[in-house]
Design a protein around this ligand. Structure first.
Ligand code: SF4
Length: 423
């Protein structure tokens, strides 16, 4: 199968667009003015059940949903479209809505890498032992776009791509060499696996010369969105040889596979892709967010973890959805996330105890929602800081916040873990 990507315009020329109920077509036509849409032939032919629209989880994972916009904005665009306005006339309205719908990233100043020579673009330090690297060719796209991803802002803007990435592959070397506490180098956001192997090699090779780096991590959804990358793409073998080469240079290869639903794990091609990656000595650890209307049930998570374990992969994290959508339509209440996680573990083999969750990742701390407790007849959520930014000492701290059945938010996790009180 050769890769064919569809955007919102070209998708409308496929037979699959005509399978959408009229209400879905209408909202797709409105929302795709605002949000970016990308899907490919493997997904539309294999992963979506077109007889089950709009409930199919993979459909919901890819197609924008009405709740992503507030009603007033949605109605305004709808009205303007009904008046016959085209893309050009609509652009000022689109820009205005996009601006207001753009996600706010909190506490990012703690993550920037600054040295004597100034700030290093495309390098981020979330935690003491890890550095995130964003080579310029990597930040541009993924094999398809997830509806819940905040990176639509970046996909939409060359300026943001340039501001948040680096072009010279040697750029990070000196900094990492001078920071021997950095053990893991993570390439993530958008997706390194969309690049050809030669380009990937150019950016990884200089890192392999740094003795203090022990792990090369790749965060990718390619196993779900385009498993052919590891099987039939013309440089698939070369890519797998690169993983072997990294192993032979003495580094661990951690492939962080982003899976959201067990249906992503069913095809023969994904099974073959997983096996081919594993044959190189790379370890696949799986992670993904719990998302409203896509995977918010214990059975779904248990099925997904069971399949991953059966395929030799390691369930690693269940994330609390980053909630970068202003309407908060993807995040579920904290109490529900916790219940899903705990029940899913009970339904699954003990090997699923390797997975940690539910975990917040979008704040400066990586925080585990570890359970609930009662103090003086009052119920609390128990939060534990698993990792914190360089220069902070939040790691290992435990905090209590008042339990609320419906709450989706925790306020500011950075401030919470900076304080010495218990709530
Ligand atoms: S694959 Fe990852 S980076 Fe790409 S759209 Fe999905 S969540 Fe965002």
């Amino acid at each position: 199968m050769n890769y064919i990507a569809y955007n919102s315009k070209t998708f409308r020329n496929t037979i699959y667009y005509n399978k959408l109920p009229q209400t879905e077509k209408d909202s797709f036509n409105i929302l795709s003015f605002i949000f970016h849409f990308k899907i490919n032939n493997y997904i539309i032919e294999n992963l979506i059940d077109w007889e089950n629209i709009p409930d199919d989880p993979i459909y919901r994972l890819l197609f924008p949903r009405k709740e992503m916009l507030n009603k007033a904005d949605y109605d305004r665009i709808k009205m303007l479209v009904s008046l016959g306005m085209g893309q050009k006339e609509l652009q000022p309205f689109i820009d205005d809505i996009r601006k207001r719908a753009s996600p706010e990233l909190k506490q990012t100043e703690h993550n920037f890498v600054v040295s004597d020579t100034g700030m290093h673009k495309g390098m981020y330090r979330n935690f003491e032992t890890i550095i995130n690297l964003c080579p310029e060719p990597m930040v541009k796209t993924c094999h398809a776009y997830c509806s819940y991803c905040f990176r639509w802002v970046m996909f939409n803007s060359k300026d943001i791509q340039q501001m948040s990435s680096y072009t010279n592959p040697d750029e990070p070397v000196e900094y990492i060499r001078n920071h021997k506490e950095i053990k893991d180098v993570l390439f993530t956001g958008a997706d390194l696996m969309t690049l050809n192997t030669k380009t990937i090699k150019r950016y990884i090779e200089p890192i392999l010369d740094i003795d203090s780096v022990e792990v090369i991590r790749v965060g990718s959804k390619s196993l779900a969105w385009w498993p052919h990358r590891f099987v039939t793409d013309k440089d698939a073998d070369e890519l797998l040889d690169m993983f072997r080469y990294i192993r032979n240079r003495g580094k661990h290869v951690n492939f962080c596979a982003h899976f959201t639903h067990p249906n992503e794990l069913n095809s023969d091609i994904v099974k073959e892709a997983v096996k081919r990656i594993q044959d190189t000595g790379a370890v696949i650890r799986c992670q993904g967010p719990v998302v409203e209307g896509i995977n918010n049930s214990a059975e779904t998570w248990s099925t997904m973890w069971s399949k991953q374990i059966n395929m030799g992969m390691i369930p690693y994290y269940m994330f609390i959805e980053a909630d970068h959508n202003k309407e908060s339509c993807f995040r579920i209440p904290l109490a529900e996330s916790l219940k899903i996680f705990q029940e899913a573990q009970k339904l699954t083999t003990g090997l699923a105890r390797t997975v940690r969750g539910p975990v917040f990742i979008n704040d400066i701390n990586r925080v585990l929602l570890d359970g609930t407790t009662v103090v003086d007849n009052k119920k609390y959520f128990v939060l534990k800081c698993l990792q914190s930014a360089p220069g902070t000492d939040h790691e290992g701290r435990i905090k209590l916040i008042p339990y609320d059945e419906k709450s989706k938010i925790t306020d500011n996790l950075y401030n919470l873990f900076s304080s010495n009180n218990t709530e």
